[in-house]
Design a protein around this ligand. Structure first.
Ligand SMILES: [Fe+2]
Ligand SMILES: [Fe+2]
Length: 369
């Protein structure tokens, strides 16, 4: 950041200000005299109001590839050389950045919703016992997995260089979104006289793999590309899963949020790999393992059978249509995961550990997705 002489408009003489406080402490008025080249430039306010994109004016919009500071100083401020190091370890733009992250932050803030107010809970209909049980089981598993996508960014955020503030702000919105997802599914499990049902270790294996990832690149690949992508596709099928308009709305609202998280992860991996191709192998290694544990999660019998009951419309139809619809849903989930990897610049088609034949996935479909 270049600090220029005070702007011409400032005609005041600040040199006559006192050099000591009334108690005798030395005073430094430098902040009052400095003016950057952007001083006097007003950001253009857009139709949505004043967005983070609007204020990315001049050098304030420049996000450095390798920030020189390790402090919480706002990017663009004049930083005192004495400012301490905060211990950041993610100090390269490729570590956390995505080209769409600022826009995603604005979208997230604009589209916040309330699980208390925006779901018409009082309109929940009385459901057949098997359907209510199935909905409660699905909500039990979803409540269990949602918070991993809050815990994981929380684990890494304090290690991210503060110059990447927009990325950190976006991850804050993701954390809030996940709290709301855990809330809405927990509420649904309890709202219609049902309750929380079965939790098993097969879900926890996936969650632990994500939380214990050694690098943020590996963590975000496992969480955003793999885990959240998988959940996003379940929400996309919400119209078919939901037994009433209340659950349809619940899935639709959660889907909007989840799509942002997956969009960040996909574009982050893409940015990283484009700027540093060596990162690709690190991500592949994480996904080699992640695909195996995701497959184990995908065979979680409680979640799977509950989905099959909902998709089939009851236990009486689970064999005639439920299982087939569930298999079709899984095929879509894994196909869209592989397509997402293509978009992220990490082609998994030659390397995937997923049983493509068993799932009925044709690689040509992935490329066309
Ligand atoms: Fe979520
Ligand atoms: Fe998410």
């Amino acid at each position: 950041m270049t600090v220029t002489e005070p702007a011409a408009a400032s005609s005041r003489d600040y040199d006559s200000l006192p050099s000591t406080s009334p108690l005798g402490a030395p005073l430094d008025w430098k902040w009052l005299k400095g003016a950057k080249s952007e001083w006097g430039v007003r950001p253009k306010i857009g139709p949505r109001g004043l967005t983070m994109l609007d204020i990315a004016v001049g050098s304030y919009g420049d996000v450095p590839e390798h920030p020189t500071h390790r402090s919480m100083a706002p990017r663009g401020a004049d930083v005192d050389p004495e400012t301490p190091d905060m211990g950041y370890i993610l100090n390269n733009k490729t570590d956390v950045w995505a080209e769409n992250v600022t826009e995603l932050y604005e979208e997230a803030v604009a589209r916040q919703w309330s699980a208390t107010r925006d779901i018409p809970w009082s309109e929940l209909p009385e459901l057949p016992d098997d359907i209510e049980h199935a909905m409660c089981q699905v909500c039990t598993t979803l409540t269990e997995v949602e918070m991993i996508a809050a815990d994981l960014p929380a684990k890494w955020m304090w290690r991210m260089n503060h110059d990447f503030i927009e990325a950190k702000m976006f991850l804050c919105t993701q954390i809030m979104d996940e709290a709301r997802h855990a809330e809405v599914f927990r509420k649904r499990a309890l709202a219609n006289g049902g309750g929380l049902l079965m939790s098993r270790g097969s879900s926890e294996g996936l969650l632990r793999t994500i939380l214990e990832a050694k690098t943020y690149h590996q963590a975000t690949a496992l969480m955003h590309l793999l885990g959240e992508g998988f959940i996003l596709d379940i929400f996309r099928m919400g119209e078919l899963i939901a037994p009433s308009p209340v659950e349809k709305r619940m899935f639709r609202m959660a889907m909007q949020d989840e799509a942002r998280h997956v969009a960040y992860g996909t574009m982050h991996i893409r940015y990283a790999v484009e700027h540093d191709p060596d990162i690709a192998e690190e991500i592949h290694e994480a996904l080699d393992h992640g695909e195996v544990v995701l497959t184990q999660f995908g065979t979680n019998q409680d979640f799977g059978t509950a989905l099959a009951v909902l998709l089939g419309g009851g236990v009486d139809h689970v064999e005639s249509s439920g299982f087939a619809l569930q298999a079709e849903m899984q095929r879509k989930q894994f196909t869209s995961y592989l397509a997402r990897c293509e978009r992220a610049g990490i082609s998994r088609l030659e390397r995937t550990k997923l049983p493509l034949d068993l799932l009925g996935i044709d690689p040509a479909t992935v490329l066309a997705n």
